[in-house]
Design a protein around this ligand. Structure first.
Ligand code: SAH
Ligand code: SF4
Ligand code: F3S
Length: 427
């Protein structure tokens, strides 16, 4: 009996899929090479944009057709909005809410396996032997007006720091080289358990100490911080530990204060830039990425101009630019009109991509001639070439073979374009 999982969306869903995989293996399923070999298929849904939800409907229709000829169980888990849940109940055999993942054995009516008490007790079946995803919190209390997450994952709950540190120690002892700490708002880690839990800076400090002292070289990344709650203390901790990577994803969303207000982001562009400048002054080699939404409800051409200015000012290495997609049930969808046309959203998206292309190229060109460590990930499409990532998660291509996967290699950077660095192994 075999299973196949489709995690859609962000790294949080990929991490959750690793725990869902464990539960399926508990009841005797093993991983299928491909979807067509599977007896059970699970999709880990993302609700952030309508396009991600549309993909699910497309896939489940095909699976349901397969059911005429063979026995197939389908389920959906992950981030599901209440409006979609009702429809999913009709299309899938099971809808498995995230807090029901430990009950998968009972839901599949396969008894005999002992189900863990809670989600975090599940030991994930990791998809990589050198990169570990470690969730530190679930849900979100921020209620940005465009966003589905508070409705799909509920209110923010911090995982216990003892639990997190135990998982960090476990992956370090197994030789993992990259750890990504995951949460929607990592800066508010622990604030839901006042007096009981560490704050994010303290948690990061403890993790940095463990990773600095591991026998192997380690990079620890975290995502995402919220610009309103980001503190000097967190950045000082990041600067102090060699294992805490010099990388920051600081989501801006818009460069106009009125739009930010309507988004309920609760910071101004000026505050955001202060945080960004502070990060770069404390860690001059910081690689910085951001998230932007173009064409939010009522965004005028003048307001969009401010986002162009902010993108230029931010000198980003990478940006996740999204065209606004109304999410059923979110405040913006109920109260504001989706005024910007699809064509205009596409145009704004392209305009910002051009700005990014320029700033990323300038930043990347500064690395040419430097020697930097790269963690090798996989083969490139070009034969004889491999791909790895820098500490700032920049993609680096070089000549090598698959035996290098999972190793840190010092690389001399010889060439750069906007989206990639090119290097040579430096011995
Ligand atoms: N917690 C993080 C991001 C979570 S969602 C933060 O606060 O930034 C990831 C990204 O998806 C967001 O940063 C945003 O840019 C994008 N996004 C969220 N809702 C969206 C929507 N309705 N339409 C388009 N993009 C959206
Ligand atoms: Fe969504 Fe805002 Fe929470 Fe990020 S902070 S997950 S954008 S509600
Ligand atoms: Fe991530 Fe999508 Fe959920 S972006 S948190 S998987 S809605």
């Amino acid at each position: 009996m075999k299973y196949f999982l489709h995690p859609l969306g962000c790294a949080t869903n990929k991490a959750d899929a690793e725990r869902i995989a464990t539960m399926l293996e508990t009841v005797g399923y093993s991983a299928a090479e491909s979807e067509k070999d599977a007896n059970i298929i699970g999709i880990v849904a993302c609700s952030i944009r309508q396009s991600a939800i549309d993909r699910i409907y497309g896939k489940v229709h095909n699976w349901n057709k397969r059911k005429d000829a063979e026995q197939l169980i389908t389920f959906v888990s992950g981030c599901i909005l209440p409006a979609d849940e009702k429809k999913f109940l009709k299309l899938f055999d099971l809808v498995v809410k995230l807090d029901q993942v430990p009950q998968i054995p009972q839901m599949l009516k396969e008894y005999g396996a002992v189900a863990p008490q809670n989600f975090w007790e599940i030991n994930p079946r990791r998809n990589s032997t050198f990169k570990a995803l470690i969730p530190i919190q679930n849900g979100c209390d921020k209620f940005c007006t465009y966003c589905a997450v508070p409705y799909t994952r509920g209110r923010e709950v911090s995982r216990s720091s003892a639990d997190i540190l135990a998982e960090v120690e476990r992956v370090l002892s197994e030789g993992y080289k990259q750890i990504t700490l995951l949460g929607q708002n990592v800066n508010s880690y622990g604030l839901d358990k006042p007096g009981e839990e560490l704050h994010f800076a303290q948690l990061l400090d403890a993790i940095g100490t463990l990773a600095d002292n591991a026998p192997q070289k380690v990079w620890v990344h975290y995502t995402s911080p919220h610009p309103r709650d980001m503190t000097a203390e967190v950045l000082d901790v990041q600067a102090k530990h060699p294992s805490l990577a010099n990388y920051l994803n600081l989501p801006l969303q818009s460069g106009n204060n009125d739009v930010l207000k309507r988004m309920n982001r609760r910071y101004t562009v000026e505050h955001y830039m202060e945080v960004l400048d502070m990060a770069r002054s404390k860690i001059p080699t910081m690689t910085v990425s951001t998230d932007i939404i173009v064409g939010f409800c009522g965004e005028t051409p003048e307001q969009f101009e401010k986002t162009i200015e902010a993108m230029e000012r931010g000198r980003y290495d990478l940006a996740f630019i999204a065209q606004y997609s109304p999410r059923p049930g979110a405040v913006a969808e109920k109260r504001f009109e989706d005024t910007v046309s699809k064509e205009e959203k596409v145009r704004r998206d392209k305009t910002l991509t051009e700005v990014l292309k320029r700033t990323a190229l300038e930043n990347n060109q500064r690395l040419v001639g430097k020697i930097i460590p790269v963690l090798v990930e996989n083969a490139s499409r070009k034969s004889g070439m491999m791909l790895g990532r820098s500490e700032g998660l920049k993609s680096v291509e070089f000549a090598g073979d698959e035996s290098l996967i999972g190793q840190f290699i010092d690389m001399k950077i010889t060439q750069a374009d906007s989206w990639r660095l090119y290097g040579e192994k430096y011995i």
